[in-house]
Design a protein around this ligand. Structure first.
Ligand code: FAD
Length: 426
């Protein structure tokens, strides 16, 4: 039996719900897939090495990839509402399908590629910030790469700044209103795409305000006086997603730059953003798992052990079954939650505690299933698994990052316990 005789595996053999994806988005996903096949996978090793691409003087292939993804294919404009010139209205299911395609090519590419939509969501939920949408839309529709990063994490805490039960006490980046302007001081870390970002969404605590009015998301141009950044960190993976320090020193922006003018809406927006961030973050490991499956499938198709095809050994077949089962379980759980998120009338809004808990459970469970699937795949490939040439070890490194972002797995478990068991004191 050889590669040519294997049964074809199509999209419907896995659990992405194509019936919930419009013809346009489906076509767009096919274009993303082609782009990944032709322009991203061929650069897999360099994407790992070019962690410092923003510091290199020359124009690199990374610049070209961004341009083709964000401008050429039009991803940048996709998430603007239709009346602002975008495609608007993508559902969570559809957004996840797009993320999955790009993350199949490279986690870092996807995490910067989809950072602006996460920031823009704060301008859409629960109400639209027309002032900022008008300001940012022409830039997102332009011919230059335009990134709005989300600066949440701080040097002393990532999870605790996201933990709303702590009522903003752990946010040290401060904003005070002086006349018609916010004045911002603080230090953020890790925002995806921070080095090439044009704007930042900055999570702040408002001086002199009590919870729930004290938590604000303020949009800041990266070239505003008082904003500075470090060089990018070198990480275990997600290399071309740049992450580092951002300092805000007496940065002044108009008061309309608060994501939601009503403080209660801004709190809803922050919580909704955490829910959306955790849920969509689970689409990244799904993309990684699909890629791991392809790599493993090619490998076991051609590798022999003890004189017969590897996949024809009972013990190996058991492991292969486990890998496929994990992908099915992850995708099934993910998309059933994503489909619920698209029906707030029936299943509640993203700022509701039950949806924070659900998104947290999805991110954790998909991450664990992914970790299990990819590390089993790596082991099955022996020394090819742990060497770069085997194309598997990078997937495992990237996957671990996907398990940590947006608050970390332990906080997410606590939030699940809070909702399902009424845990009060932690
Ligand atoms: C590739 C990449 C992209 C990233 N993108 C962004 C971005 O766009 N914007 C941004 O702001 N950050 C970003 N981050 C940072 C990331 O979100 C944080 O690393 C993550 O939230 C964890 O925060 P921390 O590192 O400070 O760890 P900690 O907060 O110290 O967490 C360590 C552990 O403790 C748990 N924990 C923390 N607080 C609590 C709590 N109150 N209760 C119970 N358990 C808790 C956590 O769940 C975790 O398991 C990115 C990181 C990487 C690597």
């Amino acid at each position: 039996m050889d590669k040519t005789t294997r049964s074809p595996i199509g999209e419907t053999d896995f659990l992405q719900p194509s019936h919930l994806i419009s013809a346009e988005v489906s076509l767009f996903c096919q274009m993303l897939r082609k782009f990944v096949d032709n322009e991203v996978l061929s650069h897999a090793e360099e994407l790992d090495d070019y962690w410092d691409w923003t510091e290199r003087k020359e124009q690199t292939f990374v610049h070209g990839i961004w341009k083709n993804l964000l401008i050429g294919l039009g991803l940048q404009r996709t998430f603007l509402p239709e009346d602002f010139g975008g495609a608007g209205g993508q559902s969570t299911v559809e957004t996840a399908a797009m993320i999955q395609e790009v993350a199949r090519g490279d986690y870092g590419l996807a995490s910067t590629g989809f950072i602006s939509p996460w920031s823009i969501a704060a301008l859409m939920i629960p109400r639209r910030n027309e002032y900022l949408l008008k300001k940012l839309a022409p830039l997102l529709l332009g011919d230059d790469v335009f990134i709005i990063a989300s600066a949440i994490t701080e040097p002393h805490a990532g999870g605790s700044v996201e933990d709303v039960r702590l009522r903003g006490t752990q946010i040290r980046t401060r904003a005070r209103l002086e006349g018609d302007e916010w004045v911002i001081n603080g230090h953020k870390l890790w925002a995806s795409g921070f080095r090439e970002a044009n704007w930042f969404r900055v999570l702040c605590v408002v001086e002199g305000e009590e919870f729930p009015g004290n938590i604000a998301q303020i949009f800041v141009p990266a070239d505003a006086p008082g904003v500075s950044t470090s060089k990018p960190y070198r990480k275990m993976g997600a290399s071309i997603d740049t992450n580092g320090d951002i300092w805000f020193q007496d940065v002044r922006v108009p008061k309309e730059n608060r994501a939601q003018q009503d403080p209660e809406d801004d709190l809803k927006s922050v919580i909704a953003n955490i829910t959306i961030g955790r849920l969509t973050s689970a689409a990244f490991p799904l993309g990684i798992m699909k890629r791991a499956y392809e790599v493993l499938r090619d490998y076991v198709d051609s590798r022999e052990i003890a004189g017969k095809p590897m996949k024809e050994h009972g013990a190996i077949a058991h492991e292969l079954g486990r890998v496929a089962q994990n992908i099915l379980a992850a995708e099934g759980f993910f998309y059933s939650a994503a489909a619920r998120m698209d029906r707030p009338d029936t299943y509640g809004f993203p700022w509701e505690a039950k949806n924070v808990a659900l998104a947290s459970a999805v991110q954790n469970a998909v991450g664990e299933l992914g970790w299990d699937a990819v590390s089993r795949s790596l082991e099955l490939m022996g020394s090819y698994g742990y060497s770069r040439e085997g194309k598997m070890e990078k997937l495992l490194r990237d996957l671990k990052i996907g398990q940590i972002v947006v608050g970390g797995p332990i906080l997410r478990l606590v939030e699940i316990a809070r909702h399902y068991f009424g845990t009060q004191t932690v």
